[in-house]
Design a protein around this ligand. Structure first.
Ligand SMILES: NC(=O)N[C@@H](CC(=O)O)C(=O)O
Ligand SMILES: [Zn+2]
Ligand SMILES: [Zn+2]
Length: 424
């Protein structure tokens, strides 16, 4: 089928001085970019007046709850949310029920991702059986089945011996090991960052050492094994410092930060509202500042949402007893663009680098590029009108976010995946 799209009159992030462009897409491939293209044979003419066409984002850290907890999200609703957020590829964490413990189970899940995903949903395999204990997964088998990375996200790997052995074997696959660094023996039932907020609300705190102690351990193990060690959702200033030093020493480490850790801190939690409950917790204003500094100096490589949808019932009404996690796919770019780009804290190109180029490069996935000869993976964004973030306009099943009510100046209009318009 030779489907032809002519997208008229859009800004590309790189053509500010050249003016608006027309983009011709044939069989999924960008065949021409020019100020004015007249093609009467184009089946679909898309008016992009005043809007931006941005490369598709890639989120290396999402939770789609499928199979097992599809009341929270499914591959279909999660991937729709992804497209609605301008993402054209995501990597799903394996903390679903049952956990895909074998290459066969993983292959089945990958089939399901392919059938149900409206954007490509890549699959991360666990490190140990059921993401618990010390029985290592068949890493080579998982790689052959299509795993793009390994992770026990949600729990973390408690034994140094197990982590070391996992790193040695994963090193041989060349795939990243994405670590949820959380020392369980230091958690003490914490639900919120230890310090001001915990004290004010009289809630059990999670100290920064929960993260940093296991991170320090892992960096030593990574140095020794050479594995590509990727740190999930970095939350503390000290973690940024540890990663900065490790990179300087040549350790093969990469790191992600979430939009919420970049934009929020624990002084903003003024009531016992579980919409602010996630793992790791929102830290101090100084930590928040250090995370931005880490991104700016390249210590932190990318932004990942850790999209973690939950039902209303599982979220409950208090930090105590409620599920950890918030959604992120549909709010990430609007929030980051509004809070960081329009304030001139970062540039649009930097943001695209952290949300698209770097995650793709570092996870060895195709880099979405708006260039002739490339498949069109991108989204049209209105970057001038204001909208208020609210659950009613989101496609995710999860409505657990602290960001409702925030006014943003970015609205997704259309998303193209492999050259085809996604119908949402
Ligand atoms: N981030 C969270 O608070 N929750 C995640 C797990 C995780 O990313 O650790 C989840 O699966 O709900
Ligand atoms: Zn995690
Ligand atoms: Zn996660």
């Amino acid at each position: 089928m030779s489907l032809k799209y002519l997208i008229k009159n859009v800004w590309l992030p790189t053509t500010k001085r050249l003016g608006r462009q027309d983009i011709l897409v044939q069989n999924g491939i960008i065949t021409r970019i020019a100020p004015k293209i007249n093609d009467a044979k184009a089946t679909n003419i898309i008016t992009g007046a005043g809007n931006y066409l941005l490369p598709g984002f890639l989120d290396v850290h999402v939770h789609f709850r499928d199979p097992g907890q599809t009341a929270k999200e499914s591959i279909e609703t999660g991937s729709r949310a992804a497209a609605h957020g301008g993402y054209t590829m995501v990597c799903a964490m394996p903390n679903v029920t049952p956990v895909p413990n074998t290459p066969r189970a993983l292959a089945q899940l990958i089939q399901k991702n392919r059938a149900a995903g409206v954007v490509p949903v890549k699959q991360i395999a666990p490190v140990t059986t059921n993401e618990r204990g010390n029985t290592l997964i068949d890493f080579k088998g998982m790689q052959q089945a299509g795993a793009v990375a390994f992770s026990n996200d949600g729990i973390g790997i408690q034994s140094a011996g197990t982590m070391y052995a996992a790193m040695q074997q994963i090193q041989a696959t060349g795939l990243p090991l994405a670590a949820h660094v959380e020392e369980q023996s230091l958690m003490h039932g914490g639900v919120i960052n230890a310090g001001t907020a915990a004290n004010r609300l009289n809630l059990p705190g999670i100290d920064a050492v929960v993260e940093t102690s296991q991170l320090a351990r892992d960096l030593e193990l990574a140095r020794s094994t050479g594995v590509h060690y990727h740190v999930c959702h970095v939350s503390t200033a000290r973690s940024v410092e540890l990663i900065r030093r490790a990179k300087a020493e040549g350790i093969n480490v990469t790191a992600e930060v979430t939009p919420h850790h970049l934009l929020l801190n624990d002084t903003m939690i003024t009531a016992d509202n579980p919409m602010y409950k996630m793992n790791p917790p929102l830290r101090t204003a100084a930590d928040q500042q250090a995370l931005l500094g880490g991104l700016l100096d390249g210590t932190i490589d990318m932004i990942a949402t850790d999209h973690a949808p939950h039902t209303r019932a599982d979220k409950g009404n208090s930090f105590l007893g409620s599920a950890f996690g918030i959604t992120g796919l549909e709010t990430a770019f609007p929030l980051l663009y509004t809070k960081l780009v329009t304030t001139k804290t970062v540039t649009l190109s930097q943001l695209i680098n952290w949300m698209s180029t770097r995650p793709a490069e570092l996870f060895q996935l195709p880099v979405p590029e708006l260039a002739v000869g490339k498949k069109l993976n991108g989204a049209l964004w209105d970057l001038t009108s204001a909208q208020t973030l609210k659950p009613a306009t989101q496609l995710s099943k999860g409505t657990n976010s602290p960001f409702w009510g925030t006014v943003v100046s970015a609205t997704q209009i259309q998303t193209f995946v492999n050259g085809h318009l996604v119908t949402l």
